[in-house]
Design a protein around this ligand. Structure first.
Ligand code: THU
Length: 130
């Protein structure tokens, strides 16, 4: 699937963001290796700390539907600039798509694609528990 198509799905999903506190909408679209796409938005909470980012919403939806391997995730937001995934999301993305790429687009249409292992070098992973 082309980056542009994945980005469009991420943009459409932003409308469902539950953001009464930050008013900052984030949408993600995750491409599984079996071809399925799982979308996600951020879901905030009055405790703030219980907020779930769009990327992890997409991952959790996908895992619970039986998908395990992913090649790409597109992320967009209501902000002006690109929205790089937060540290927790990088760690979760690394778990399921260590060789995958993150596709980011800003309000002006500029696209950046970067490998997850470049965003989270020397990460803690399954091998480190052995
Ligand atoms: N947010 C995401 O959904 N993904 C990120 O990677 C960065 C932050 C959300 C969490 C919160 O709802 C809002 O953006 C402001 O931090």
């Amino acid at each position: 699937m082309e980056n542009q198509e994945l980005l469009e799905i991420a943009k459409r999903t932003m409308q469902y963001a539950y953001v009464p506190y930050s008013h900052f909408r984030v949408g993600a679209a995750l491409l599984a290796e079996d071809g399925r796409v799982f979308s996600g938005c951020n879901v905030e909470n009055a405790t703030y700390g219980a907020t779930i980012c769009a990327e992890r919403t997409a991952i959790v939806k996908a895992i619970s539907e039986g998908a395990r391997h992913f090649s790409k995730i597109a992320i967009v937001s209501s902000g002006q600039d690109i929205t790089p995934p937060c540290g927790i999301c990088r760690q979760v993305l690394m778990e399921f798509m260590p060789k995958g790429n993150v596709v980011l687009q800003d309000k002006y249409g500029n696209i950046q694609e970067i490998a997850i292992d470049a965003l989270l070098p020397m990460s803690f992973c399954a091998d480190d528990i052995k």
